[in-house]
Design a protein around this ligand. Structure first.
Ligand code: PEP
Ligand code: MN
Length: 373
């Protein structure tokens, strides 16, 4: 859908180590979903600071809630509490902004970093309003992915901010809304941040396992997967009393659970100096190259057959789509895939792509014949 488009982005990005001291990987952001009271904020921030691995304290001050009559944040007063966090801990602060008024309030109250939430990234009017309010201001801005996996909308937000001069930019991957039943609150669709990295290699990307998981027991796996995929950091919702939280209670963890989680994470390196490792990896990669070659040769062979089928159907005035045959292909191939221990969803995705191309090829055969009649 969004992969393999010849897309370029000329974002001007200042590397994190140019604007954040102690910016070693992974960058850790922690704090409650919402700022609820001064006590909650200070108790949580001090405990998070004591872990010694967290750089930035997050708290929602204005909360974008799906339904009205839910807790919508404490507003401006909470910015005072965050000022206190800066005084009493070594943590920087970050707050979600959704409009120009929020930006102004944060700037007035010395918030260090702003972030744009998923419900705001979807709307270019709001992103532009925020960008306009930031003209001439030197502050880092993090942008969460939009609710749905539209990578152009995500990149567009960075471009709008870049245009007004913001170069301290970072992406936050927080997963994507789906109606399909799923173990996640927001499905990760890791291919989307990977594609963002391909298009904008200079843009740091961190992961928000809290909003992906929606519950505590998935947090560790999602966080570890993010590090395995070379993400630059994590944002994890942490609350002094998660069960009593006024928003996102099920996914928040205590500072001590955060400490444990961070201690258990395995930090991977991008490369190794070990020659033996490099040689064996290369050997395996060469084998993979050969297999990929075979797969493509076989696909080309399949397409030659499809073209013949297309011609034969055309000569006999037979429809391209043969539903029973398609059902049979899906059934037999997923059964074979199952025997070969290949996940059903993966096989289905490949079959759908192959079938789509087969249909397109046969249509091309028919169109070509009718245009040369
Ligand atoms: C949040 O970080 O609390 C939040 C509202 O997140 P998102 O924009 O990812 O839903
Ligand atoms: Mn939240």
């Amino acid at each position: 859908m969004y992969l393999c488009k010849a897309m370029q982005s000329n974002l001007q990005i200042l590397p994190i180590n140019k604007w954040l001291k102690d910016s070693k990987k992974p960058l850790i952001i922690a704090g409650p979903c919402s700022a609820e009271s001064e006590e909650q904020i200070l108790e949580t921030a001090k405990a998070i600071d004591a872990i010694g691995k967290v750089n930035i304290f997050r708290a929602g001050v204005w909360k974008p809630r799906t339904r009205p009559n839910s807790f919508e944040g404490k507003g401006n007063i909470a910015l005072q509490w965050l000022k206190e966090v800066k005084k009493q801990t070594s943590l920087l602060t970050t707050v979600e902004v959704a409009n120009a008024e929020h930006v102004e309030a944060c700037l007035k109250n010395d918030v260090d970093i702003l972030w744009i939430g998923a419900r705001t990234t979807v709307n270019p009017f709001y992103v532009q309003e925020i960008a306009d309010a930031l003209k001439g201001v030197d502050i880092p801005v993090m942008v969460k992915n939009p609710l749905h996996p539209d990578i152009h909308l995500w990149i567009g937000a960075f471009e709008r901010l870049n245009k007004v001069g913001i170069q301290k930019l970072m992406a936050i991957h927080r997963g994507f809304f789906s109606y399909n039943k799923n173990i996640y609150r927001n499905i990760p669709q890791w291919e989307v941040p990977i594609e963002l990295k391909r298009i904008c290699p200079q843009l740091p990307i961190i992961c928000d396992p809290s909003h992906i998981s929606g519950k505590r027991d998935l947090l560790f796996d999602v966080a570890q997967t993010a590090l395995n995929l070379d993400m630059d950091g994590l944002m994890i919702e942490t609350h002094s009393n998660p069960d009593g939280a006024l928003s996102d209670a099920e996914q928040q963890i205590t500072p001590s659970a955060l400490h444990e989680l961070l201690d258990q994470l395995i930090i991977k390196s991008k490369d190794s100096a070990n020659i033996e490792f490099k040689n064996f990896l290369n050997e395996l990669r060469n084998q993979v190259d050969e297999v990929d070659d075979e797969i493509l040769q076989l696909l080309a062979k399949r397409m030659v057959l499809i073209e013949k089928i297309g011609e034969y159907k055309r000569e006999n005035d037979i429809t391209i789509l043969q539903l029973d045959r398609w059902k049979e292909i899906l059934k037999t191939r997923t059964e074979l895939g199952n025997k070969l221990q290949l996940p059903k969803d993966f096989i289905c995705e490949i079959l759908v792509a192959i079938h789509k191309e087969s249909i397109r090829k046969q249509a091309e055969v028919i169109n070509y014949a009718s245009s040369t009649k």
